[in-house]
Design a protein around this ligand. Structure first.
Ligand SMILES: Cc1ncc(COP(=O)(O)O)c(C=O)c1O
Length: 382
């Protein structure tokens, strides 16, 4: 069932997952076999060896590719493994231009793993497309953008960046982890490649680490598939099954995440302990126009700064009960964290450093009034 004519929610449940032709099982089997019998030399049925491909992973790759409106999908052992595979497209000495508040792990991978091997990089404000066009570095092979970003929720106009990048022959990669394909489909806006930390909303239950690449172009897909197999950072079949199971409820979960995030933004806005609320639905948010143009809704992530500086931020982060103080995001349970000393500690002292009084919330799908009360009491005593 890959018919792109079906609606998003239908594809989330069925794409790549017909009933098992042998047993009729409605749930895609977890296919653990590392090797597959051949009728004669080379006479296999599409699978030879588990690292190169297996039925459970194939179902996942078909399903998420369909949700991203992409023709091809490739699953990986983690979001960073997927990113690493994409960065292998950059020629030796080539440059990656990335947003100046990209996820810290992406920055670390580019600057500290690939940088010493010769990769050049520029961290810049991708919301200023005129400056991007004006100051375009000639050796740029790839523009890497997140929208909304982690953790400042900056929104970048994908079409505008893609038109500048493509005029210079550069690839455009969008990390769609925060929005998910339910809220935004970058391929339909000109992106060449979409990457995901499947660990977040796609898995959705804080019980699996995974990554994904969605891509439309056949030649690019061949190159990415070659390194997927040659470098081998692939997910196991059980992990693929967990993600398939998570994705089935993506649409309903995202609707609830967005509704609860709106209620949390209402609590934060105007609270005396809060300095600034960062959420793309707010009309004064710098990314409001881009988000409204390219997203179905504004997502489940909310960030804010505290008036009382870093100490107040840490008190709020430690003062909630339902919002668990923990890294990661995008699952059913609400999480709170202090990026400067947790998820983004690796970018301290770099152009991607985050404010010390910043708090990031991953708003879950619990009862709205419980979340509102929990955060409210933490703010009151900050
Ligand atoms: C936006 C974004 N991209 C990529 C990653 C990396 O994904 P993973 O932790 O699955 O390797 C993360 C992890 O937090 C993320 O938030």
């Amino acid at each position: 069932m890959t018919d792109p004519g079906y609606g998003f929610d239908t594809r989330a449940v069925h794409a790549g997952q017909p009933p098992d032709p042998v047993t009729g099982a409605v749930v895609t089997p977890i296919s653990l076999s590392t090797t597959f019998a051949q009728d004669g030399v080379g006479g296999h049925k599409g699978f030879e060896y588990l690292r190169s491909g297996n039925p459970t992973r194939a179902a996942l790759e078909t399903c998420i590719a369909s949700l991203e409106s992409a023709r091809h999908g490739l699953a990986f052992a983690s979001g960073l493994a997927a990113e690493d595979n994409v960065l292998r497209l950059v020629p030796p000495g080539g440059r990656v231009v990335l947003g100046n508040d990209a996820y810290g792990g992406t920055f670390r991978l580019i600057a500290r793993v690939w940088g010493p091997l010769g990769m050049q990089w520029t961290a810049t404000d991708l919301t200023d497309v005129d400056a991007l066009a004006r100051d375009w570095p000639d050796d740029t092979a790839m523009v890497w953008l997140e929208t909304p970003t982690n953790p400042l929720l900056t929104c970048v106009d994908i079409e505008a960046v893609a038109s500048v990048a493509h005029a210079h022959g550069a690839l455009v990669v969008v990390d769609n982890t925060f929005a998910t394909p339910y809220l935004q489909q970058p391929i339909t806006r000109g992106a060449d490649i979409v990457v995901h930390s499947v660990t977040k909303y796609l898995g959705g239950h804080s019980d699996v680490v995974g990554g994904f690449i969605a891509v439309d172009d056949d030649a690019l897909t061949d190159r990415l598939r070659f390194t997927q197999n040659a470098a081998g950072a692939v997910p196991g079949p059980f992990d693929c099954y967990l993600v398939l199971r998570g994705v089935k409820t993506l649409a309903v979960r995202m609707d609830r995440h967005c509704d609860n995030a709106r209620a949390i933004v209402d609590v934060l806005t105007g609270h005396p302990a809060v300095e600034t609320v960062l959420y793309p639905a707010l009309p004064d948010h710098p990314g409001h126009a881009a988000a409204t143009r390219q997203m179905r809704d504004y997502g489940g992530m909310v960030s804010f700064t505290t008036r009382g500086g870093i100490e107040a931020a840490k008190r709020v982060a430690a003062g909630t009960e339902l919002f668990t103080l923990a890294e990661s995001l995008g699952a059913v349970e609400s999480l709170i964290e202090h990026p400067a000393e947790m998820t983004h500690a690796s970018v301290a002292g770099s152009p991607l450093e985050v404010p010390p009084n910043l708090i990031r919330l991953s708003v879950g799908i619990e009862t709205t009034s419980d979340l509102v009360a929990d955060l409210g009491q933490a703010l009151d005593s900050a």
